[in-house]
Design a binder for this molecule. Sequence first.
Ligand SMILES: Nc1ncnc2c1ncn2[C@@H]1O[C@H](COP(=O)(O)OP(=O)(O)O)[C@@H](O)[C@H]1O
Ligand SMILES: [Mg+2]
Length: 242
Amino acid sequence: MTPLKTPLIDVAQLHLDYPMGHERVAVLKGLDLQVHAGTTVAICGPSGSGKTSLMLVLSGLERPSDGRVCVNGVDLGALDADALADLRRDRMGIVFQSFHLLPSLTALDNVALPLQMAGVRDARIAATAMLERVGLGGRMDHRPAQLSGGEQQRVAIARALVHRPPLLLADEPTGNLDDHTGEAVRHLLFELNREMGTTMVLITHDAAFAARCDRTLRLHEGVLVEASSAVATSEADHALSH
Ligand SMILES: Nc1ncnc2c1ncn2[C@@H]1O[C@H](COP(=O)(O)OP(=O)(O)O)[C@@H](O)[C@H]1O
Ligand SMILES: [Mg+2]
């Protein structure tokens, strides 16, 4: 029997509601999620279903109204804002649909900054290597406005992964890119994910993108439902156990 392992992400009965005038609107309604280390999970669902809200809660940027969120064995509800920021910086990489690069900084400084803030020596050397890895060795000194959308997202991916976090959260990372550029970014994300063994939660509208993950879940009426499971993996397990 496989030994039981603590999931990297363990969410139980998560509720999130937002104030709306004098009322509150419930977005997440008792959501459960477990993600094991080294696996990839896609989360789909229509616009407005709460995907970004879920990602904000997983990263500690939004506090749940109720329920428990554990990442890396740490209950986020027990952490103050500083401790949450430390956890994000040390253990997570986050990629947003709209890149979120600092406009006044070069590509190199955008990638080096989180390392410098973490007190890492040789931050610029590590950032340079990571930018070369994502194919932007020739764009180190460009500011975001001087880069194409695909290049900006590659900088954002380099920034998210430069400290080799165990967990990558990506919210529609190709949502603002054309098909061709989007495909290149998709390819890069999965390649880096494989190289680094990162656990990945990928929010996407794109079924083909989702299909490359081990599992696909759908956000429906405030909870997650299984959209498919990795049939190939379970068949392989089945074959091995016989
Ligand atoms: N800060 C906020 N305040 C109030 N309502 C919000 C806020 N953020 C999101 N919402 C609402 O919560 C719902 C889910 O939003 P979101 O998580 O962005 O969905 P998705 O990413 O799936 O499109 C939407 O109805 C949205 O209008
Ligand atoms: Mg969203």
